[in-house]
Design a protein around this ligand. Structure first.
Ligand code: HEM
Length: 424
């Protein structure tokens, strides 16, 4: 008997006929159960996001991982014959003026090969061990200040919103520190960062223009008066042979950092607080012994990752999980589906804060391979410092009304409100 060769020629045959709607209420109702249903339905399904072209969604850990490390899967659709540009299609729905599109679309995440290596080496210069270590003490100070402010707001016993008071202000302040946005210029960055990360057309172009102009102006200032920050580092790199970086690319890099690192970290933090409150029996020993946070943080990242997946484009036909993915057709490795795959993790759907999941990169929350998240060590520090400080200072922290408010985003959900009481 000839084995049927399943291809994605006409997306639908072979994979599942009905594309998965990554914004569906069914998925939102219970994400982990939803991911399990997708994994068990098929290793490759079709899915759509925000009206973009249908993609092949890869659902199982070993397949997701192999797509991420396979150089035949590219990030830039233009580098692939007949690449169907998903990001471009989504961008075109956002009504961004022509002169601004490249600042959003042409960033490190959508480059490959030599261009990607050049940009990655440059931005990595900004994440030196010394700078990350210095940031660690700044994260502690910023967290302590935000907790003081929250304590003052909640002093009358009324509820406070951790999303507004901690989860968003912490990561944006840290990114401003990292990049070198001066303190006096920071008002407005939180809102702009949020608007940029939301990919919602409302206000997006205005926020983008403001950020573009501001960073161009900052580059000019740093050229005249260098400081100890990432912008100065990038300016110095501009002069290095072989590492030429245009001002446009530099501004794009800063915007990419704000987008990559702001909403993601805020959501991970909010979702981690919620997970800890839902598992008081596992939280209590962490508070009591003030140890064990390192493993706990890795497990929270595995279970509560905020990024559902990233788009890739095969340069040639590639078989994955028994399906031939056609050259040029967009593919989404489902990071969050993979993270709870029982083929890879024991009791995969259970949050076990003492789980030793092995090397940091075993879960796929930060991707894998050439584009592995450059901010991962920073996020790990932020999460550990913020959670430990929050629960050490407020060990009796509890949910208040209206509790956790969520809204759906493609393949996962975002927390828009987290009301708590903060008895000291
Ligand atoms: C790349 C997740 C925070 C900077 C990525 C990728 C993922 C990811 C999945 C890989 C994308 C791909 O394969 O196409 C996350 C999550 C975060 C987070 C879940 C927080 C919870 C940050 C922060 C920064 C950052 C705080 C920096 C301040 C970057 C950069 C890249 C990246 C520059 C591009 C790397 C490349 O293309 O070579 N991130 N990220 N991320 N992330 Fe993060």
């Amino acid at each position: 008997m000839t084995e049927k060769v399943v291809t994605t020629d006409d997306l639908g045959s072979g994979t599942d006929a009905e594309p998965v709607d990554l914004l569906s209420k069914e998925l939102a109702a219970d994400l982990h159960a939803g991911y399990a249903r997708l994994r068990e339905r098929s290793p490759v399904l079709t899915a759509s996001v925000m009206g973009g072209p249908p993609m092949c969604l890869v659902t199982r850990y070993s397949d997701v991982r192999s797509v991420l490390v396979d150089p035949r899967f590219r990030s830039d659709p233009a580098s692939v014959p007949d690449g169907q540009d998903v990001r471009g299609a989504i961008m075109s729905t956002l009504n961004i003026p022509d002169d601004l599109v490249d600042y959003l679309a042409q960033n490190i995440l959508s480059t490959d090969g030599a261009d990607h290596t050049r940009l990655r080496r440059l931005v990595a210069r900004g994440f030196t061990a010394r700078r990350v270590a210095r940031l660690r003490s700044r994260i502690e100070e910023i967290t302590a200040r935000l907790l003081d402010e929250l304590a003052a707001t909640g002093a009358d016993g009324g509820p406070v919103d951790l999303v507004e008071g901690l989860c968003y202000p912490l990561p944006i302040t840290v990114i401003c520190e990292l990049v070198g946005i001066p303190v006096e210029d920071r008002p407005g960055w939180q809102q702009r960062g949020r608007t940029l990360s939301s990919m919602n057309p409302d206000g997006l172009s205005t926020a983008l223009r403001e950020v573009v102009e501001h960073v161009h102006e900052l580059i000019a200032r740093r050229r005249a008066a260098p400081a100890d920050d990432m912008i100065t580092e990038l300016i110095q790199a501009q002069e290095d042979d072989g590492d030429r970086l245009s001002d446009r690319e530099m501004v794009t890099m800063v915007i990419a950092l704000v987008i990559a690192g702001h909403d993601t970290t805020a959501q991970l933090l909010a979702s981690s607080v919620q997970a800890l409150l839902e598992h008081p029996g596992q939280l209590a020993p962490l508070i009591e012994h003030s140890g064990g946070w390192t493993e706990a943080v890795q497990e929270l990242m595995r279970m509560r990752g905020p990024v559902f997946g990233q788009v890739r484009y095969p340069t040639t036909d590639v078989e994955v999980g028994g399906t031939v993915l056609r050259a040029g057709k967009p593919v989404m490795p489902g990071l969050l589906c993979a993270n709870t795959d029982p083929r890879e993790f024991d009791r995969a759907d259970e949050l076990d804060l003492r789980r030793e999941i092995g090397p940091v990169e075993r879960h796929l929350t930060f991707g894998k391979g050439a584009h592995y998240c450059l901010g991962a060590p920073l996020v790990t520090d932020e999460l550990e410092i913020a959670l430990r400080a929050l629960f050490t200072r407020f060990p009796r922290l509890s949910l208040a009304e209206p509790g956790v408010e969520r809204e759906m985003r493609p393949g996962s959900s975002r927390i828009v409100g987290l009301s708590v009481h903060l008895p000291e």
